[in-house]
Design a protein around this ligand. Structure first.
Ligand SMILES: Nc1ncnc2c1ncn2[C@@H]1O[C@H](COP(=O)(O)OP(=O)(O)OP(=O)(O)O)[C@@H](O)[C@H]1O
Ligand SMILES: [Mg+2]
Length: 254
């Protein structure tokens, strides 16, 4: 675990290649392939800060090619604003609102702040979200990504969980990323999940070498992996130091 990474500003740029994630990339590729064949799947990816959750969602978006994309990211600032996350997620699909049953459209417009305020049961709003996503996926397979779900407002998280559980015969892949140790209704939605661990020695060595530190000895790599738990962000931040550390006395190494 690398808790200190949570508050750090991002100074490293995205690595173009995701190292040591064959299993995860295969799961995403299979989910995308299934969506293209008209079959839905869903996956909650969780892990500590910097472990590579966003990187996997970005990989999925890249691989999605001509598929449609609905994407949202939880932000702490809006965590208390009901339906803030959904309003971001559903933006590209709002043109289809008129094709929903009118009571669904009215309820969803109200929740998203796009129409007069009405009292609507959660079930009606959630069913409207499900209906809108299904409509949006009718013309083309769809990838849904929800990043930093721990900061989604509760109403959005519940509606996304509701839809993710019920999109069965739809050409949709739903990927949700949640930080380990944080709470989200999506963790209790009974969706398949994937715990993202640290990189192994081999992938870490490759990452260190590609991050500007040059080739790093097996011993230094081992110590860095032990110190960081194989966290890619921590390794990237330590990478440039790695060469210097290699020539330092061992007692100075982590
Ligand atoms: N498998 C990998 N190979 C190479 N680089 C990686 C890999 N996984 C992550 N990275 C890089 O590590 C950094 C942190 O990854 P990322 O932002 O995806 O972490 P995160 O899990 O989303 O963290 P947070 O919880 O803070 O959002 C990024 O620069 C990313 O490109
Ligand atoms: Mg992230």
């Amino acid at each position: 675990m690398a808790p200190c990474l949570a508050a750090r500003p991002r100074r490293v740029k995205l690595s173009p290649v995701l190292l040591g994630r064959q299993r995860e990339l295969r799961a995403i590729d299979e989910g995308l392939a299934a969506a293209r064949l008209g079959k839905s799947s869903r996956l909650v990816i969780h892990g500590e800060p910097g472990i590579g959750k966003t990187a996997l969602l970005e990989y999925a978006a890249q691989q999605a090619g001509s598929m449609r994309l609905l994407a949202a990211r939880g932000v702490e600032f809006e965590a208390d604003v009901p339906f803030a996350g959904l309003s971001e997620l559903l933006q590209p699909a709002l043109g289809l609102l008129d094709r929903l049953p009118s009571f669904h459209a009215t309820a969803l417009r109200s929740s998203l702040g796009l129409g007069p305020r009405i009292e609507a049961d959660r079930l009606i709003v959630d069913a409207a979200v499900l209906g809108l996503i299904s409509l949006y996926a009718e013309e083309s397979p769809l990838l849904i990504t929800v990043d930093d779900a721990q900061w989604l407002d509760r109403a959005s998280a519940e509606a996304i969980g509701f839809a993710a559980r019920r999109l069965v015969a739809d050409p949709v892949l739903v990927l949700i990323a949640v930080r380990e140790g944080e709470d989200s209704p999506l963790l209790a939605a009974g969706l398949p999940d994937l715990m993202l661990g640290g990189l192994d020695q081999e992938a870490a060595a490759e990452l260190l070498a590609s991050s500007g530190g040059g080739q790093v000895s097996a011993e230094v790599t081992r110590r860095l992996v032990a110190a960081t738990g194989g966290n890619p962000l921590a390794l990237l931040e330590l990478g440039p130091e790695a060469q210097r550390m290699a020539s330092a006395p061992h007692e100075n190494l982590p």
